[in-house]
Design a protein around this ligand. Sequence first.
Ligand code: GLC
Length: 471
Amino acid sequence: MEIVHIAAECYPVAKVGGLGDVVGALPKYQNNAGHQVRVVIPHYDTEFINKNEFDTVYSGFVKLGNFNFPFNIQKEKIDILGFELYLVHIPELFDRNEVYGYEDDIERFLSFQMATLDWLNSRSEVPDTIHCHDHHTGLIPFMMKYAYKFEKLRSTPTVITIHNAIYQGQFGFDKLYYLPEFDLSKVTILEWDNKINSLATAIKCATVVSTVSPSFLNEINNFGYGLESLFNQVRHKSRGILNGIDTEVWNPAKDKMLFANYSSKTFENGKQANKVKLCSQFDLDPTKPLFSFIGRLLEEKGADLLPHAAALALSENYKEINILILGSGNTGIENQLSHLVASFKGNYNVFIGYNEALAHQIYAGSDFLLMPSRVEPCGLNQMYAFRYGTIPIVRRTGGLKDTVIDIGDDGNGICHDQPSIEDVCYSIQRGVSLYKDKKSLKNIRKIGMNIDYSWESVCQEYINLYNLKTN
Ligand code: GLC
């Protein structure tokens, strides 16, 4: 079937978080399974885009109220990623280094959605499914159904996959005139809490709604960031599908970013070799267990707990553990984490920023990965950790609940219930004990390394979703 994915991120073209990983991987596996897959994202000013070659396949203007932005659609020449990649180039709005965080994000992503539809509507063939990801693409199902301009796409099925329900792309009705002309009797569909809400609109209009884990789907019926009643209403057309991981990119046996490669047979030596290098780079002690955190430094990830939890754990286990943090986000959290370095020299360090290669090296060189998330729609880091023989320490929520089982229940990781400093510290303590029990440590690592989280097994679930008849 012909599938078009539309999103704000796609690894390695542009990535901020897990959304990028998913949009960079699922399409590749769908393509390998024999489908015709296209991915459409904005053209940002990123290294990948500047390094590769593109052909212009379509040009037009996107009208946003009184503004007319010229745009073109560029196709990457050789399908280097394993699927057809299309970039929507709107120079005035997207020739910037960052993916998000600008004052005009509403205008940017609305224009992106309209330009994408303009192009798709102009093609002679109509896709079998349009798969939208998160609120940045949330108005697409509505515009396909009700905007006069995109009539050709009216009956094409759509999917909205929710990777994050906190951000909903809300804006005031004063910007309603940005939208292309549509059937005004449908205007209430756009509304949630007196605002235009892109995510809510997608949930109402898409043929199918999916979340990135089954547990997250259950949770949002009760804690749905203001959308609970809506999630309950659309239960009949909602499915929770656990993400996979790209096992080609994430393979410790072949990963070129690592200091040493290893398999599930050679992981003891392999991980130690990576740990020694990593520890020398960050002035840590390779003979002691290494607990790491990788990700965005946001409250939703529980990152605000890290400064206190790290300080407490390091004081309680003076010189007996290492903690290493990689991430960026909230500047308050960044500063607190950086200040700790002076107090715990030799056993604690932090790298503020985004660094893909370092992330791989940390998965390989660490013993435990901390994920004290308040919210985790799926979480990919625990799966990367498993694959690299690193034991996840997670708060039981969303996708973490679906993937990590506590060692007390013969599982593969360490779990706690509260996103609290006490729970994180207690779990680190359990990690210290496990680290001393070399036999159990080895077994648990091996169990994790042998779990199959590849997209190959998940791919068909999405095809079934596209074929779902919801009426
Ligand atoms: C978002 C979620 C994360 C999920 C990822 C990919 O980043 O926070 O839990 O794994 O999207 O779906």
